[in-house]
Ligand binder design. Structure first.
Ligand code: FAD
Ligand code: UDP
Length: 382
């Protein structure tokens, strides 16, 4: 039989690590300061409309990792789902990611793929060889007009700073396609959990060796006997003693509509003059269900204050020294491993979160008996 384990956070990181260790005979206690499990992918039915709502913003499961796909399918039926995002810019609605339809509509053309490719190549800023910033990356790949319409305003709203101050890596997440494929993601496996992410996490946690305490805030001064896996914010573990790592938080403005408000799950707003980044109409994430009413969230992004929920790690160059200082402190702390989106201060999709959680649990289980040297990070923030 294994020893006792404390896990901070009942999100995907905590749940997956907890289950793997429980299956190997460890007793696992999981605490979460929220009053529900599943962390940021929490889903619940809206009381007024009955629609399944993605409480902390839209979550679509997409992965190329077959093991992770098989893993989640043990706990849920995944209904095939393609995210087809639209964007409103100026007075028109376009298709994302930028594809042949977007290009033809935007420029009033009837290009075939090769013609569009040549046209966009002509538009691209060829003076930029090695794009370092978001802006350079966009200007190099799509040119000024498409950048101004779809990326500049949205990105300023999302990140609260000019795109020339952001790393190019943020835009690399979005492809440009010279065909009519409007699937937002390119992964082999994509789907929506039929009964929601929270139900999936509750099944992951369903093991006699796992106990979960909700509405319980962890503090490092509390008595802990075995190893701790911590999926809360890295700076929060140290009571922000060195300062706060920058995050963006989100505000959701909920509204109800009698019918179908926008005809799709996610509508982005590219114009800087519109204060929100996007509207999510949740019932379109469950097209197999029937609901007369509809619940929508307008999503606003802003700097994360001390009492806000941290959503997106900002990771500007200015944060690197502070991050590095926290990493040094974490590495000097024994008995705790920092995991997940907040614990490693990285933007992680759900599939990567699960992959890393499986790896962390396996690393722990593969150690020689009596070996107490579990590293602070298996996936370092820097
Ligand atoms: P979290 O889900 O944040 O869980 C951490 C938990 O720790 C929380 O429940 C928190 O309450 C708890 N906690 C923190 N500190 C303490 C403490 N001191 N004491 C007790 N408990 C504590 N991924 C996708 O794959 N597809 C998507 O479409 C997608 N969309 C996203 C949209 C948004 C708006 C955001 C922000 C993220 C999105 N993601 C998406 C990423 C996804 O949310 C993460 O991959 C996943 O939630 C990470 O899980 P986690 O367990 O590491 O962290
Ligand atoms: N982005 C943009 N316009 C859009 C959608 C995205 O400029 O209509 C930029 C924005 O900076 C965003 C990044 O591309 O942060 C990555 O987009 P993604 O849709 O992956 O963001 P997420 O769903 O993670 O918020």
């Amino acid at each position: 039989m294994g020893g006792s384990i404390l896990i901070v956070g009942a999100g995907l990181s905590g749940a997956v690590i907890g289950r793997e260790l429980a299956l190997s005979g460890h007793r696992v206690e999981i605490v979460d300061e929220r009053d529900h499990i599943a962390g940021n992918c929490h889903t619940q039915r809206d009381a007024e409309t009955g629609v399944m709502v993605h409480v902390y913003g839209p979550h679509i499961f997409h992965t190329d990792d077959e093991e992770v796909w098989n893993y989640v399918n043990q706990f849920q039926t995944f209904v095939p789902f393609k995210n087809r995002v639209k964007t409103t810019s100026g007075k028109q609605v376009y298709s994302l990611p930028v594809n042949l339809h977007t290009i033809n509509q935007f420029f009033g053309k009837t290009f075939r793929p090769d013609e569009a490719r040549a046209f966009i190549k002509e538009k691209s800023d060829k003076s930029i060889n090695q794009p370092r910033t978001f802006e350079e990356q966009a200007l190099r790949f799509v040119g000024k007009e498409l950048y101004d319409a779809f990326f500049r305003g949205y990105t300023e709203k999302q990140w609260g700073c000019p795109p020339k101050e952001l790393p190019a890596s943020i835009l690399k997440r979005l492809p440009v396609r010279f065909n009519y494929d409007d699937n937002y993601f390119s992964h082999k496996y994509q789907g929506m959990p039929e009964t929601g992410y929270t139900d999936m996490v509750s099944r992951i946690l369903d093991h006699p060796n796992i106990s979960v305490r909700l509405s319980t805030r962890f503090h490092r001064n509390g008595a802990v006997s075995g190893h701790t896996f911590y999926s809360g914010p890295l700076d929060g573990y140290f009571d922000f003693e060195l300062g706060r790592l920058a995050y963006r938080t989100l505000d959701f403005e909920r509204f109800i509509y009698d019918g179908d408000y926008q005809g799709c799950a996610v509508m982005n707003y590219g114009d800087a003059s519109v204060p929100f980044t996007r509207i999510t109409e949740h019932k379109h994430f469950s097209p197999w269900e029937q609901h007369a009413g509809s619940v929508c969230y307008r999503e606003f992004s802003r700097d994360c204050g001390p009492h806000d929920i941290p959503y997106y790690p900002v990771r500007l160059v200015a944060d690197r020294q502070l991050l590095s200082d926290y990493v040094t402190r974490a590495e000097a702390t024994s008995g705790v491993t920092f995991v997940g989106r907040l614990g490693t201060y990285r933007y992680l999709d759900m599939d990567v979160t699960i992959r890393e959680a499986l790896d962390a649990a396996r690393f722990y289980l593969a150690r020689a008996p009596g070996d107490t040297d579990m590293p602070a990070f298996l996936h370092p923030p820097l």
